[in-house]
Ligand binder design. Structure first.
Ligand code: SF4
Ligand code: MG
Length: 286
């Protein structure tokens, strides 16, 4: 008998969605469910780990194993899950306030370790759940609840940071283009290593509905003239100030993954069950 083909509907849950009507995160949820269907991921082999924030509710909205975890801590939990159960597909998800502020430490070290997981960040340039404070990616000068005179700080550039840290897959999508975002998530999931998908996902309540038009006007879809394996080209794209790059910005293959390195160490240890000294044992895990 032919196996039943999974569709996006198979990844929906009965958990009531409490996002504001029109929130960009609906597009991300649809894209993730469509990507799961495209990849025919059995829900029991998919794990979605999120942090805390409006967007982090997404772990409850996808029919899979889910963990709506701790503020800024989705990545180490996701990497640990992948290490313990390498056969699972692991997606981490959250917002800019979660991942690029309190979570920056984990962002840095997860990229360094290169676990084979995908990190989807719903970047709306604001803290939505706590009602509109300035976030690490709020543009300079923007008025928010906590910066009534305008944001005095320069925003963090997550794409440039990830590239500089040695991320092996970096993409950017837009929640207003679900099909394009779905394809990016599919490619990120198929990539062997840590994949960042930063998504411009407007908060309509605290940054207004016009934010969708801002991304549409400034968004530039990368075409075949962009070579994602070329670090210098990728770097140039991450430095754009008046345009928003959309697509796969950077991608390299063949970098050892965290699980791969751990498995090698395990094999080495099994090959040599007796050790002359503790120093020798430690050497095996180097
Ligand atoms: Fe979405 Fe903003 Fe509403 Fe949160 S506050 S659900 S980010 S529109
Ligand atoms: Mg946010």
């Amino acid at each position: 008998m032919e196996p039943v083909k999974l569709t996006a509907k198979d990844y929906k849950t009965s958990v009531p969605i409490v996002w504001c009507p029109g929130c960009g995160d609906f597009g991300v949820l649809n894209a993730m469910q469509q990507a799961a269907a495209e990849l025919q991921l059995p829900p029991e082999n998919l794990m979605v780990v999120s942090g805390i924030g409006c967007s982090s509710r997404i772990a409850g909205y996808i029919n899979s194993y889910g963990f709506n975890s701790i503020h800024g801590r989705a990545l180490p939990i996701a990497a640990g899950a992948k290490l313990a159960r390498p056969e699972l597909t692991v997606w981490a998800a959250g917002g800019d306030g979660d991942g690029y502020s309190i979570g920056t430490n984990h962002f840095v070290h997860t990229i360094r370790r290169n676990p084979d997981i995908t990190y989807i960040v719903m970047d709306n340039h604001i803290y939505g759940l706590t009602k509109g404070q300035v976030s690490p990616t709020t543009p300079h000068g923007d008025v928010t609840k906590s910066t009534p005179q305008g944001n005095p700080e320069r925003p963090l550039n997550p794409l440039a940071l990830a590239l500089e840290l040695g991320a092996t897959f970096i993409a950017q999508g837009f929640s207003g283009n679900v099909k394009h975002l779905r394809d990016l998530i599919v490619q990120a999931t198929q990539h062997k290593g840590f994949a960042l998908v930063n998504v411009k996902s407007p908060c309509v309540t605290f940054r207004g509905r016009q934010e969708f038009n801002v991304i549409r006007e400034h968004g530039v879809y990368l075409d075949e003239s962009h070579d994602p394996s070329d670090w210098n080209q990728a770097h140039e794209v991450t430095q754009w100030t008046d345009k928003v790059p959309l697509g796969v910005i950077y991608k390299i293959e063949g970098v050892p993954t965290l699980e791969g390195v751990a498995e090698e160490a395990r094999k080495k240890a099994l090959e040599r069950r007796s050790f002359e000294s503790t120093t020798e044992l430690i050497e095996v895990f180097r």
